[in-house]
Design a protein around this ligand. Structure first.
Ligand SMILES: CC(C)(COP(=O)(O)OP(=O)(O)OC[C@H]1O[C@@H](n2cnc3c(N)ncnc32)[C@H](O)[C@@H]1OP(=O)(O)O)[C@@H](O)C(=O)NCCC(=O)NCCS
Length: 181
């Protein structure tokens, strides 16, 4: 089943990105060195980097049941809070993650949007949903655990965090969730 373009939760609207979102994505989080500190992709230097992400996102959505989503506040309609999504590896296996603009931290939005991604994964036929976070990123690990992910261990020297330590592979905590039998 193809995932919907729009999803609603109690406080959030999540929708598939479109090209005209580029400037807002860049300004709200993708170009912010603080918000992107623990990302596995480099902070966007110009909005051209954000357009490149949107081109990739469009192609990904065409290939798979779902892809990236932008997170908006329902209360202040139009205010972009962050990004999340499902990156499919196979039709039954996907990876999720999230990034929020700094002024959106500490209000439970990561937890609320991750729960929406878990439900979306279930509905689109995913059997194993994965997420990794930097071994020292306690807030993110806590969000994953609150949403029912299980930690299967630490992967040593696994992922480069280019905004934290370029060229170095850092330890990550590997989380997963299984659906169905
Ligand atoms: C990490 C991030 C996603 C958290 O988003 P958020 O919306 O503030 O998260 P929530 O409010 O849903 O939940 C955060 C939880 O972690 C807890 N927390 C915060 N800092 C913590 C810390 N240093 N150690 C342990 N727990 C911490 C909070 O108390 C909260 O738990 P609670 O609801 O049980 O009190 C957000 O800060 C962010 O986008 N950061 C930048 C991008 C990023 O790092 N993404 C994750 C990459 S793996």
């Amino acid at each position: 089943m193809k995932g919907p373009r729009r999803l609603e939760t109690e406080r959030l609207l999540l929708r598939r990105p479109i090209v005209s979102d580029a400037q807002a994505i860049f300004e709200r989080y993708a170009g912010d060195p603080v918000a992107t500190r623990y990302m596995s992709w480099a902070t966007h230097r110009t909005v051209a980097d954000t357009y490149a992400f949107l081109t990739w996102s469009e192609a990904d959505w065409e290939l798979w049941p779902a892809g990236s989503y932008l997170i908006f506040s329902r209360e202040t309609e139009g205010l972009l809070l962050g990004g999340t999504g499902l990156a499919f590896r196979t039709p039954v296996s996907a990876v999720t993650g999230y990034v929020l603009a700094q002024d959106a931290w500490g209000q439970g939005f990561a937890t609320e949007s991750l729960r929406a991604m878990v439900e979306l994964a279930r509905r689109t036929g995913v059997k194993r949903l994965e997420a990794v976070c930097h071994a020292e990123h306690r807030a993110s690990a806590h969000v994953l655990e609150k949403c029912g992910f299980r930690c299967e261990g630490t992967w040593h020297a696994h992922t480069e965090f280019p905004n934290l330590s370029p060229g170095v592979r850092a330890d990550v905590l590997s989380y997963f969730m299984r659906f169905g039998a």
